[in-house]
Each structure stands twice: as C-alpha cells, then as structure tokens.
Design a protein around this ligand. Structure first.
Ligand SMILES: [Zn+2]
Length: 293
C-alpha cells in the first residue's frame, strides 16, 4: 500500500464524502510503481474522479491510455514550463489529436478529452521566451474555442495579460485557472470571464497570508480544489510526492479560511469542477453534491 495505516487513521474523520481532484499529474512516472494501489486507496477515501492535464506531446499517448476505463478526464496541452522541449509541429499534432478525440467521443463513452491544457503564460520563469509563450498560448486558446472545450490554464505573474488575451480572442468556454495566486481583483476579473480558480497546496504554507486573505474574499462558487500531485506538496505533507488524497486536508483549510463547513467546501468544489468541465459528466455520471442550503 502506498500509505501508512497511521495516515489512513488520520483521514478517518474525512471518510464518507465524494470528491474530485481537479488538477493532478497522476500519469507522471512518480506514480508508475503503485498507480493502481494508489487509486484503490483514493477510492476508499471517496475519490470519484480526477482531471489529468497533459503537459507535452510525448506524454499524451500514455495519458490517454491510462485514462481508458477510469473516471479520469484528460486534457491535452503544451505547458509553458517545457517550452524548450516542444517541437515546432507539436501545436499541429495537438490540434489534430484533439479534433480526432472529439469526433471519437461522439461514438464512445469512455476516456473523454475534457479540456485543452495545461497551457498558459509563466512570466515567473527566468529567461523564458515570452513571445513564444504567448504565441503557443494563443494558438491553444483558439483551438479550445474551435472545439468548444474549456481550458486549464497555468499562469504565473501574467494574470492581467491572460485575461486580456481571453477578452481579445472572445474565448467563451471558461475552465480553470490552475494554482491561482493572483490578487482579489485579478481573480474577480478571471471569474467574470467564466473561469473557476484552482486552490491547492500553496494555501497551506505559513508565508501564504496574502493568498489566504484573497481566498477569504472569493465567492465559494468560483473555487475548485486541486493538488497538482506529485508537485506542490502542502506544508503538512511529509512524503516526497504529493497525492490527490490531500484534497480532503486542503478542503479543511479552505473551510476554516472561509468560515464554512468541510462539506460545504467539498460539495461546492465538486459542483464547480463539473460546471467548469462539463464533459466530466460522461465518466462521473452521478455525484452526491449535497444540499448547500
Ligand atoms: Zn499541473
């Protein structure tokens, strides 16, 4: 088993709830040895679905294969972090693969492409080619618009630029701003453009007071829980790789910041993920989303 019995005991009070991790990289090789065992544990803890974004062309086939016959929705995209590894024709390959998957999913109910992503603008990356980033970002945004799909956006130090690009293109299918860390004003602008904001491990760190303050003011219907596993380890997590199961503990932090109950946060996140990424309903047909009163 990938987790100690001690940890599973810690999680006992959280059992009996259904939840989704709206952003994890469960396809990464970190999970190769124990992916199936890990998934079994997640299910016993109430996980009913994962959203797994693609990051580069050479990982797409593995990702699609893994999602087959699982309630894992995959996205396809070219991540700005791996700019140097993307080949010139990867964007064309992305467009034709995504078009093919959309046509296929009309005929079958398994393994749907649920979004384009993750892609975006990362101006915190030192020495990165911002012109190339913008070009790649724009092309993926236009592809999502063409296919009528939401997007999963990776944005650092470029929230205003991202919002401006969405406005300029008239993109109207929304999606999720992964690991949101902007100001309240930037968050509100993105919410107004139809996006939900991904909240994850960053809020658990003691230095993240500004982010927690922003989170306290964000409307609950704009928040989705995510882990970015195996990355973005929360402060309370000592294992080397992050796990989707930390969603439950992150939900607890959001609940205390927003002065809500754990159930209110988890149910709202579930509802918000399904609203942002509607095609997840193909693989997660029923969820108890609770009575939010
Ligand atoms: Zn990610």
């Amino acid at each position: 088993m990938p987790f100690s019995t001690e940890l599973q005991k810690t999680l006992d009070p959280y059992l009996g709830r259904q939840w989704i991790d709206s952003h994890c990289h469960f396809d990464f090789e970190n999970f190769d040895c124990q992916r199936e065992e890990h998934w079994q544990v997640l299910q016993t803890l109430g996980c009913v679905g994962l959203v797994i974004p693609g990051v580069m062309a050479k990982g797409w086939d593995k990702l699609i294969g893994l999602c087959e016959s699982k309630p894992w929705g995959y996205a396809l995209g070219l991540h700005p972090y791996f700019l140097d590894e993307h080949l010139a024709d990867d964007i064309d390959a992305l467009a034709s693969l995504a078009r093919e998957k959309m046509t296929q999913s009309l005929l079958s109910e398994s393994s749907p492409l649920v979004a384009i992503g993750e892609f975006g603008l990362d101006y915190a990356l030192e020495g990165a080619d911002q012109v190339k980033q913008r070009d790649l970002c724009l092309q993926q945004l236009l592809l999502a618009e063409e296919l009528g799909l939401p997007v999963i956006l990776h944005v650092r130090k470029a929230y205003d630029e991202m919002a401006a690009m969405v406005r300029r293109t008239g993109f109207r299918h929304g999606g999720i701003i992964h690991a949101f860390s902007g100001s309240l004003q930037q968050g509100q602008a993105l919410i107004a453009l139809g996006f939900k904001l991904g909240i994850g491990g960053a809020i658990s760190h003691s230095r993240a007071t500004k982010l927690r303050k922003t989170l306290a003011c964000l409307p609950l219907e704009s928040i989705v829980l995510e882990t970015d596993s195996p990355d973005m380890r929360p402060a309370f997590w000592s294992a080397q790789d992050n796990s989707p199961l930390t969603i439950l503990l992150l939900a607890q932090i959001v609940a205390s910041v927003q002065n809500l109950s754990l159930d209110q946060v988890i149910f709202a996140s579930n509802n918000n993920v399904l609203a942002a990424i509607p095609r997840l309903e193909i693989i997660i047909p029923y969820m108890n989303t609770g009575d939010l009163g």
